[in-house]
Design a protein. Sequence first.
Lengths: 147, 114
Amino acid sequence: MRKKLLTCFMRDELTLYCEKSKLSELRLFLTDVLINTKLSEINKNQIILAVEEVCANLIIHSHACNPNDSIMLDVTQDKHQIIFEIKDSGKAFNLLEYQEPQLSDVIKEKRKGGLGIILVKKIMDSIEFESVGNQNICRLTKCLNSK
Amino acid sequence: MLEIGKTKVDQHITLKLEGEVDASNSVELDMAIQQLLGENVDKIMIDGSFLEYISSAGLGVFMSYLEDFQEKGIKFVIFGLNDKVKNVFHILGLDQLLIIKDDEEKALDVLYEG
């Protein structure tokens, strides 16, 4: 759903059910959200990837791929920045407290996870995390014309 | 949606990836590589010319086999990645750990050198 308010900023929302197969829908939604930005294709892909990584983590680790659970994605953009608010309820996964692995450990331990959070931290300009009661919000901000 | 094609030419096997690799299907890529390890192949190429997208789940699969490739003396080369996909490898510095070439010819040079 897209709401245009006073032509200053745009807002889009998506409800994402907690199944890994929904990630491709998420990418289509994000592609559409970013379509009118002046970002390069490489930057658009990076942003789609970072948002997907956070959502995939929640789907898999916080919600154990339960298709009855859902997470809410709220995107607000103006000419300076795009803010992605990813909201869910349940066990909180605080990105900021997560100690991402070293690449050498990833190789040695043959672990297939942990790379996603490194990507998110490298791609986004700011990552905030809030947990109020049962509701968790992960807020990713990308400044336009940056990084 | 991911399709994995497998062809054997000379002494190498090429896995052609078509579509998108994410957390929903990275296990398919994992199984395809695992299977090759069981076939005692020592030269493997990944044709990424038709790979549109890769997330950390897919990157993690490649990373998890680096030690196996080294221990078993398997040469492993990726080629044909588009700019968006190549950039994702670059963000994590994986282009320093994996051999990534622009096209098949250069990839073959690596597999059959020496």
